[in-house]
Design a protein around this ligand. Structure first.
Ligand SMILES: NC(=O)c1ccc[n+]([C@@H]2O[C@H](COP(=O)([O-])OP(=O)(O)OC[C@H]3O[C@@H](n4cnc5c(N)ncnc54)[C@H](O)[C@@H]3O)[C@@H](O)[C@H]2O)c1
Length: 430
């Protein structure tokens, strides 16, 4: 494991609500003005050793994790507003929590985005690269990464997608299965199969930076990108930050499954009014999110394993754009379960959350742990990061089933940290 020496450059795609909340929190925390609540790397403790030898250590006592003071930020966005202006516009944080780091935020001016309006019709910013082909997009992004690395003096880079959800790109065997085909499609400017996000991912991996997909986009969830990650020896992770409703779902569904109760339906709906909600109001963009949100239950309450309990349950997910709530999403879950002799019961969950407040610690943990993974020589899909993601990447060409169960994911997370720290992985319960 290489040490966490020097600066860690965190390059964020999208400088919207999530990114500015993440950046502001990191800058405030390192001045001692805010607490990074919800971040596993900053708070959680893992048991190492067993029996009388056991002890509980923080992550950075087990593996070398970059310190917050060593992080330097950059971003790309379709809109030219700097991180300060964007944080104010997002209305997630109060001015009193932004002003102490206003100068640092103003210095984060977004680079021109690799963007195609066909992938997010509701956005119309003009801070956009003028590229003739997808391959030119890749080259321009690679140049941005190299320039930022040189100018900031960053020792290592991680690229995090926290930009809008793109329209749904179905996986095509002709284009997305082999790296050579993917590259050929980029050069041939195949705009239908190559989303801008794929250009960011390709650029990051080629420049020796791990890539994290925080939206449900197809992007790195294709065999051609797994091949690139293997070739460049870089970690990848995705998709879709597991923040509000899906966090609840992946933590609550195990209660039903563990007690062998039946499920006849799970209806999830929510209202939100930020720009993310606006983009998701477009049916083609919502489709991407829907696929991601629906995948959670299927691997926790599995019909084939318990046909009496989980055959044909009705699972529906809705997102409604409702401007008055802005980032303060309200989610409702109605769960129809059944018990002894099939008698029905209902559970209602009403989560009044704050989207970006839940997403920011995940950004920090995903960035820091991807950097750790890269220094430990791990590459390809990092399954231990599923804990943070709604729709964990898995090898579907081999029929691999993703782990969605929150507590199984937590065991995977802890074991990866233990292994990277030179301890034995185990399944003992704390
Ligand atoms: N907050 C959460 O709880 C949560 C959970 C899961 C996933 N997400 C995802 O995180 C992403 C960010 O959410 P947000 O609330 O910050 O949204 P946001 O709309 O506030 O910010 C996204 C930004 O990305 C920019 N953008 C879009 N396409 C781009 C491109 N090709 N290149 C560069 N910039 C681009 C937009 O201009 C916008 O400023 C969304 O995809 C959202 O679905 C958020």
């Amino acid at each position: 494991m290489k040490p966490a020496e020097g600066k860690l450059g965190v390059m964020c795609v999208g400088l919207g609500a999530v990114t500015t909340t993440f950046m502001t929190g990191v800058l405030m925390a390192r001045k001692g003005l805010a607490k990074p609540v919800g971040s596993m790397t900053q708070y959680d403790k893992i048991r190492v050793g067993c029996g009388k030898d056991k002890k509980y250590l923080r992550y950075n006592e087990i593996v070398p994790i970059a310190e917050l003071k060593d992080i330097v930020f950059a971003a790309w966005d379709v809109y030219p507003a700097n991180a300060y202006e964007s944080a104010i516009n997002a209305e997630v944080l109060k001015e009193k929590d932004i002003e102490p780091v206003a100068d640092e935020l103003r210095e984060i001016v977004p680079m021109k985005a690799a963007f195609d309006k066909n992938y997010a019709a509701r956005l119309d910013g003009d801070n956009v690269k003028d590229c003739k082909t997808r391959w030119e997009m890749v080259e321009a992004l690679r140049e941005d990464i190299r320039r930022f690395k040189a100018e900031s003096g960053a020792d290592r880079i991680v690229v995090l997608w926290a930009a809008s959800t793109e329209v749904y790109v179905p996986v095509s065997e002709e284009v997305h299965y082999h790296l050579a085909d993917l590259e050929a499609a980029m050069k041939a400017d195949d705009r239908a199969n190559i989303a801008p996000s794929m250009c960011y991912a390709y650029a990051a991996l080629s420049e020796g930076a791990p890539f994290i997909m925080g939206a449900p986009n197809t992007t790195v969830d294709i065999p051609a990108m797994w091949e690139l990650a293997e070739k460049t020896k870089m970690p990848i992770a995705g998709k879709d930050f597991k923040t509000g409703q899906t966090l609840v779902k992946s933590g609550f569904a195990p209660i039903i499954g563990t007690r062998c109760l039946g499920l006849s339906g799970w209806f999830s709906t929510n209202i939100l009014g930020n720009r993310d909600g606006l983009v998701l109001d477009e049916p083609a963009n919502f489709r991407t999110k829907e696929v991601s949100k629906l995948s959670t239950l299927e691997s926790i309450l599995v019909p084939e394993q318990q046909p009496d309990l989980y055959t044909d349950y009705f699972h529906k997910v809705r997102i409604n754009y409702y401007p008055p709530r802005n980032d303060n999403k309200e989610g409702w879950d109605n769960i129809d379960i059944f018990g002894w002799m099939g008698y029905p019961m209902q559970i209602k969950i009403n989560f009044l959350c704050r989207d970006s407040i839940l997403a920011a610690p995940l950004c920090l943990d995903l960035v820091l742990l991807s950097d750790v993974a890269a220094r430990a020589g791990r590459y390809g899909t990092q399954r231990f990061l599923s804990f943070f993601l709604k729709s964990p990447m898995h090898d579907y060409t081999e029929d691999e089933v993703p782990v969605n169960h929150l507590f199984q994911q937590y065991v995977m997370l802890k074991n990866a940290i233990r292994e990277m720290g030179g301890y034995e992985a185990d399944e003992e319960i704390d």
